[in-house]
Design a protein around this ligand. Structure first.
Ligand code: ARG
Ligand code: GLU
Length: 759
């Protein structure tokens, strides 16, 4: 017996424990439907530290946490933090708006912006904030009478039609909007009724040296020190309902606004993230994971690598180009880096093998079952494998077409005009053509505002060869095959592209408008003779004719098979709680504050502080510039009531399962108070869109206290803090009070001791 052996009974316990442990830890995985919290999660959440009920989080009948959550624009989340419609989201979520209001003279990206009066709050045409009024399981009416075995396209048509009817009925006679979304690949359907506000004004943003501190170097990384927040305000009509922008609109009065906790967090504390996660694929098969890991991620990373390098050089050389490309660059760089992390994470988890093992077990379960089970699931995995094999070259073509060819802006613009030629050639009614041209005219300034043609030309010269090399031979258009033969060096491609850009009229707003004028006269050659058009048109035509048909058909098959596979998984593991993949609908994730071990011998703390910002400060690196005023506050230790142990907490990590779209989501403690704003995930955890790992997946949250410190002490916008309801910590019970009038030192101390004792 070695010293490690245990008595038999204990050994059994140890075995049971190891069996149980991963399951218990894995409980932090999941993005849950608010409607089902009572049924699926309430007990578990309360056991982990939630002091509220499921009804406090989501209720149709009374104000609940959900009434303080909005989808911000199309792709982020925001939370309401005052009774006057003040909205908190990330700096990177408001980035496009901040950029739109910026110019070289008024550079709010660099300097920040703070509305000191309501009049200074800046309108943002097109920006919306969407509340969820209620949700409902409509699986039965959507699927009623649909026979199994129906063609996927036919099923989809019926589903669409019924969804539209249900949505219409749900909002009749109201100002609400509604839509139906599939869950579990179309195994279930949910109706969402929404209220969409459209007068959303920019209230404040820190300078990028705070809001984007660490830049793309630190993006997706921990330890992190980014003050990634911005503030907006929802305005409503006189009846408190959504209204288009008007200077007479009033700040919106919400059904609920989140109190803000100054009590802070410690490891193990319950956390809840409430927001709109965009897309996950947790139920992929091994072939699906392999496609992402071996095909799509590498292709997209390669193209963006090249493009980003070109943009970066030109942005560094010119302030104008820097501002023009700021938002575009950030969004390209963001997923470029995410995919790199995802590949590493999938490799480390050996995700493909794990999926294969699961599939092996699933096959066994099917084999052990009755004839019904075999009929339902006996073929499913083989069929999925077949479809994935079939679709692979088309996936490659899709990735190179969308990322490389369409990533060239002059070509993308030329392609957008294709429909005008179609209308002329189809001899469409004059009115229809003129309406389409009018629309194109209106869109044209926007298409050129953020394009520097010299930069785009460099992008074209670098991306076209990647497209030509990456796309499978049989899916390449003839013009590209010929160009590939002619241009065997980078210089040759450059000369070719220079010639196209010199001769094309689609390289400036003024000459593009001329082309539109000629098209309006029915002269199609104005476009068809343009060399940029002649370059892109065959690429898109080949994509439409050779790629899309097979690609779409195979994807439809995969959708259908995947739906059946998920149904099989649920039947196979009836005791397991399943959550539907993220699909930009409202979800709750919950977990606990925790650090992690990124590598053997390395342990990360769960929080960072202002001291860390000063450690990273580097005036020679634009990602790590620290504004002078922040240094001054740091040197004076002028932290107001936001300090803990002589510094200001900046960010913390927790185990919540989040994804893109969760940016700006409130991170809420067990009492329903805001403790932070979600803004990122750790790099080691980015594969959680496909496979969650309880040991490594962490969401990254901006601590509310750093946000408050920046608003109050750095920007001097204390009028905003006065609107908020601060609870706990040193300011307990001082909602709407002036922070500066507090006899600070003594009182803060006494109160904090009390809080500590209470814990
Ligand atoms: N990675 C975060 C998210 O997916 C933040 C992105 C913005 N920041 C940046 N440095 N590009 O959106
Ligand atoms: N930054 C991401 C967003 O914009 C959130 C990070 C993640 O993907 O988890 O939504």
């Amino acid at each position: 017996m070695t010293s490690f052996s245990l008595p038999r009974s204990l050994r059994l316990c140890a075995v049971l424990l190891t069996l149980l442990l991963p399951a218990a830890a894995r409980a932090d995985e999941g993005m849950w439907l608010p409607l089902l919290l009572k049924q699926l999660n309430e007990a578990d959440m309360q056991q982990k530290g939630l002091k509220l009920t499921a009804e406090d989080i989501y209720s149709v009948n009374r104000g609940s946490l959900k009434d303080a959550i909005v989808q911000f624009g199309g792709g982020c989340t925001g939370e309401i933090i005052s009774n006057e419609g003040l909205l908190l989201t990330n700096h990177h979520c408001g980035y496009g708006q901040i950029q739109q209001h910026s110019s070289v003279e008024h550079d709010y990206l660099t300097k920040g912006y703070w509305a000191m009066t309501r009049e200074q709050e800046l309108p943002n045409p097109g920006l919306t904030a969407t509340f969820i009024v209620r949700m409902e399981d409509v699986t039965a009416p959507v699927l009623q009478g649909i026979q199994p075995g129906i063609a996927e396209a036919d099923r989809e048509r019926i589903v669409q039609q019924r969804s539209a009817e249900l949505a219409q009925k749900a909002v009749q006679g109201t100002h609400y909007k509604a839509f139906v979304r599939p869950m579990f690949g179309g195994g279930e359907y949910y109706l969402f009724v929404t209220e969409v506000f459209e007068d959303i004004r920019l209230v404040g943003a820190p300078p990028s040296s705070i809001g984007k501190f660490g830049g793309d170097t630190d993006n997706w990384m921990w330890p992190r020190h980014t003050g990634d927040f911005s503030m907006f305000r929802i305005y409503a009509g006189p009846d408190n309902k959504p209204a288009p922008y008007s200077k007479d609109n009033k700040p919106f009065r919400p059904r609920h606004s989140l109190p803000i906790s100054l009590s802070g967090v410690k490891p193990g504390d319950f956390t809840l993230v409430f927001g709109f996660p965009g897309r996950t694929t947790e139920y992929l098969t091994s072939w699906g994971v392999d496609e992402t890991f071996n095909v799509s991620d590498p292709a997209r990373v390669k193209v963006r690598d090249t493009k980003l390098r070109i943009l970066d050089a030109d942005m560094k050389a010119s302030d104008k180009v820097r501002i023009q490309y700021a938002a575009k660059y950030a969004s390209l760089a963001n997923y470029w880096k995410k995919w790199i992390g995802e590949m590493r994470g999938l490799k480390r988890l050996d995700a493909v093998t794990r999926k294969q093992q699961q599939e092996q077990q699933f096959r066994q379960w099917v084999q052990q079952g009755d004839a019904n089970r075999k009929a339902a699931y006996g073929q499913i995995l083989d069929q999925l494998e077949q479809q994935y094999k079939l679709v692979r070259p088309y996936v490659v073509a899709r990735d190179y077409t969308t990322e490389a060819a369409m990533g060239i802006e002059v070509l993308a613009y030329a392609n957008a005009l294709q429909q005008l030629v179609d209308l002329i050639q189809a001899k469409a009614p004059q009115a229809e053509l003129l309406a389409a041209i009018d629309k194109a005219r209106k869109g044209t300034p926007g298409s050129f505002r953020n394009v520097n043609v010299a930069t785009d030309q460099k992008v074209a010269a670098a991306l076209l060869p990647l497209y030509a090399e990456g796309t499978p031979e049989q899916l390449l258009p003839d013009n590209i095959k010929a160009l590939r033969k002619q241009n065997t060096t980078p210089e040759a491609w450059q000369r070719y592209v220079a010639d196209v850009y010199r001769r094309s009229r689609l390289t400036s707003e003024a000459s593009a408008l001329q082309v539109l004028d000629e098209l309006a006269k029915g002269n199609a050659t104005a476009l068809t003779a343009d060399p940029a058009y002649q370059l892109i048109a065959p690429i898109v035509a080949t994509y439409r004719q050779k790629v899309l048909p097979t690609y779409t058909q195979a994807q439809d098959q995969i959708t259908l098979l995947q739906r059946t596979y998920i149904a099989g998984l649920r039947q196979w593991q009836p005791q397991r709680k399943f959550y539907p993949d993220a699909n930009s609908t409202l979800r709750v994730a919950y977990g606990q504050v925790a650090g992690y071990q990124p590598a053997d011998g390395v342990a990360y703390e769960y929080y960072t502080t202002l001291d860390g910002i000063m450690e990273k400060a580097d005036p020679t690196n634009p990602d790590f510039e620290v504004p002078a005023r922040l240094v001054e506050l740091y040197q004076k230790k002028d932290y107001g009531p936001y300090a803990v142990d002589g510094t200001v907490p900046v960010a913390f990590t927790a185990t919540n399962h989040t994804t893109g779209g969760n940016s700006g989501s409130p991170v809420i403690n067990g009492r329903g108070e805001l403790i932070g704003t979600n803004f990122d995930r750790n790099w080691e955890g980015t594969m959680s869109d496909i496979m969650y790992d309880p040991d490594r997946v962490r969401n990254i949250t901006l601590d509310v206290r750093y946000m408050l410190f920046v608003v109050d002490k750095y920007a001097g916008a204390s009028h905003l803090v006065k609107e908020m309801n601060l609870v706990g910590g040193p300011l307990s019970g001082r909602a709407n009070g002036s922070l500066e009038q507090q006899p600070k030192k003594q009182k803060v101390k006494v109160k904090r001791e009390k809080t500590a004792a209470a814990n």
